[in-house]
Design a binder for this molecule. Sequence first.
Ligand code: PGA
Length: 248
Amino acid sequence: MQKPLVAGNWKMNGLAASLEQIDLIGAGIDDALRAQVDVMICPPSILVAQAVRKANESSVLIGGQDCHAMASGAHTGDVSAEMLKDAGASAVIVGHSERRADHGETDVVVKAKAEAALRAGLIAIICIGETRAQREAGSTLGIVGSQLAGSVPPGTAGQIVIAYEPVWAIGTGLVPSVADVAEVHAFVRTQLEASHGAEGAKMRILYGGSVKSSNARALMSVPHVNGALVGGASLMAADFLGIVGAYR
Ligand code: PGA
């Protein structure tokens, strides 16, 4: 199994002054913790290059939050995976539920973006997860299975990270039970092994949705939970370090 990954998704939050949080995060991670867990911050794309310069002084990795499927071209306002790579990013989140909902991104689009990430030499952090209505209808595993089948390209465990984020748990303070997280993560593992063989057995599967320092240890100890994708609690170093510290 690979080293776990705790990644912070700042979403559309943060100005240049916020980058000092990266210094504080770096300062809060000692060698022992660094050996246990990879730590990443995904700031808005406009801050990626500056964040990389900050992070170079620490062990914090920097990622993007989205990319276009094409390397370049007439796509006003978009950012390509190659541009993120050029700015020093090591990963990009694709298919976040906010992108799927706000920008109508389908599995086909998400897969193309994940392929772009791999093409550019970035880790693709591919997000999946059911809505509240889907969970209440008992279709969670069906939804997660079809998102995996449709969104995840061929690739290695070093290139592909899956983030299971129940849509109803994002930004709400609601968290599925440990048993529910265990069920979905075990299912995702089985699906990845079926589709990606030995690489699928090693791919990191993150849990995301209202992860906080108070619940991180319980969530991170669930089998097949190999880290976290953290939104709100990644904006302040103290909160984020409380989550990373679950791996101490
Ligand atoms: P949250 O967001 O931690 O604020 O719930 C998680 C995410 O959207 O990745």
